[in-house]
Design a protein. Structure first.
Length: 446
């Protein structure tokens, strides 16, 4: 079967610019949905929003940032400036957004000077060029000395393909690092102070990571190699992801971005929960990032040695997790005590199982028989007078398991029917602990 596994690190693209030039609108246009808040009020976007976009053959991580003011007057603007500077430092390519309806401002010039000093590849996007006059006005931005301005309208979707072409052309060469040798790549992810570093040490049976009661001790991702049951493993410990609104400017924000990149690098994510709190809003938020990245996941409840003290039982915990993580009904839950090294073997066995499911290939004939049977039992609902027809299904990739459904019109697929197809795949083939990617293509599309 001609399936493939692609595990290379994705480039990171940061969108920057002064307030109210349309950065969040561009972010939403590139990722294909309204993930960032857009507003006419400057300063609406106060926290970076990250997403993986697949507009090209080479997916990349896109980072939205708050408006940049080189000389911020308030404490809020100072925090936003610190955030943007870290995104710039981590980026492989920078998209500098300016407003063609207003022309060059003094702030644009100051930002351009600062970006030029970074030495990073820069694509200049002249936004709001939604008519001929504004498109011609975009030529003024040559004065910034950042190369050819790309006239776009993020709101109307004009010039976006040209912009993406310029961004991809500046990506670093595609290389596969030493981590590709590892059979199983695990990232330990979660909020601060849930015991991630202690869990790493328990798995490795040594004091590899610094363990501290102070939240935020781990600031960068740390790679450790080991062998378990004859299989090489790469363990990626990450900095804690603080609750939204409690992330301090500077190095803590850098840690959050690194944690997101660690999720992208891994095959399976150990999402660590604290038995004393179980599930918080931030835990479900991080789980959403894992889903977006199509990774395997194991929900790991740490500090289980204190379960009796907290008045917890396995049944009650599983019920609460099931209630809060309704979108992860197929994900296994492991109870561990990193402090006492209890449940570690079960956790690793579960992670290995999830990894095998994440890399699973289904024989083409068996897949076609099962799925076409499921489709015949429950035909796609009509959209007005039109009916969607599914002609065939094919697994086109593994890691994550990716299935292409060839149909008469991909626009007719309804979310509820897509969920039915996914559930049919799980019922027949398992895919325990892994998110499935379903693509809908026209008859002649490959």
């Amino acid at each position: 079967m001609a399936t493939m596994t692609v595990t290379s690190t994705k480039p990171l693209v940061a969108i920057v610019g002064r307030p109210n030039v349309g950065k969040s609108t561009l972010f939403n246009r590139l990722v294909g949905e309204r993930l960032a808040i857009t507003s006419e009020v400057p300063g609406t976007t106060r926290d970076r929003i990250m997403s993986i976009t697949s507009r090209t053959d080479r997916p990349f991580i896109l980072v939205d940032t708050g408006g940049l003011q080189p000389m911020p007057e308030s404490a809020l603007w100072q925090k936003i400036k610190s955030q943007v500077e870290i995104a710039i430092d981590e980026a492989d390519v920078i998209v500098f957004v300016v407003d063609s309806s207003q022309g060059i401002t003094a702030t644009d010039r100051e930002i351009a000077d600062g970006l030029r000093r970074t030495g990073k590849p820069i694509v200049l996007a002249a936004n709001k060029a939604d008519n001929l006059k504004r498109e011609q006005a975009a030529l003024e931005f040559y004065e910034l000395g950042l190369g050819d301005p790309v006239p776009i309208s993020a709101f109307h979707g004009i010039g976006i393909d040209d912009l993406v072409y310029q961004v991809v052309a500046r990506f670093p060469p595609l290389t596969l690092g030493a981590e590709q040798e590892a059979v199983v790549k695990l990232a330990i992810v979660g909020r601060t102070n849930v015991g991630k570093s202690m869990l790493l040490n328990s798995i490795l049976k040594e004091e590899r990571a610094i363990v501290s009661e102070m939240p935020g001790t781990t600031r960068d991702s740390v790679d450790s190699r080991m062998e378990y049951d004859g299989q090489p493993m790469l363990l990626i410990d990450t900095a804690g992801i603080r609750r939204k609104g409690r992330i301090e400017p500077g190095i803590e924000r850098f840690s959050v971005l690194r944690a997101f990149r660690a999720i992208d690098r891994a095959d399976v994510i150990l999402l660590v929960l604290d038995a004393s709190e179980l599930v918080t809003a931030q835990d479900t938020h991080v789980a959403g990032y894992v889903l977006d990245a199509y990774k395997g996941i194991v929900l790991t409840v740490n500090k289980w040695d204190l379960a009796q003290e907290f008045g917890l039982s396995n049944e009650a915990v599983l019920q609460e997790i099931g209630r809060r993580f309704k979108f992860l009904s197929y994900v296994p839950v492991c109870m561990v005590s990193a402090l006492r090294r209890e449940g570690i073997e079960d956790l690793l066995n579960t992670a290995v199982t999830v990894h095998s499911q994440w890399n699973r290939e289904i024989p083409a004939q068996e897949l076609s028989k099962v799925m076409m049977g499921a489709i015949s039992q429950h035909l796609p609902p009509a959209s007005g007078r039109r009916h969607m027809k599914i002609y065939r299904v094919k697994q086109i990739a593994k890691g994550p398991p990716t299935f292409a459904f060839y149909v008469n019109d991909p626009r007719l697929i309804h979310f509820s029917y897509q969920r039915y197809l996914e559930n049919s795949l799980r019922k027949a083939f398992g895919f325990h602990g892994t998110h499935l990617k379903l693509l809908f293509k026209g008859r002649g599309e490959e």
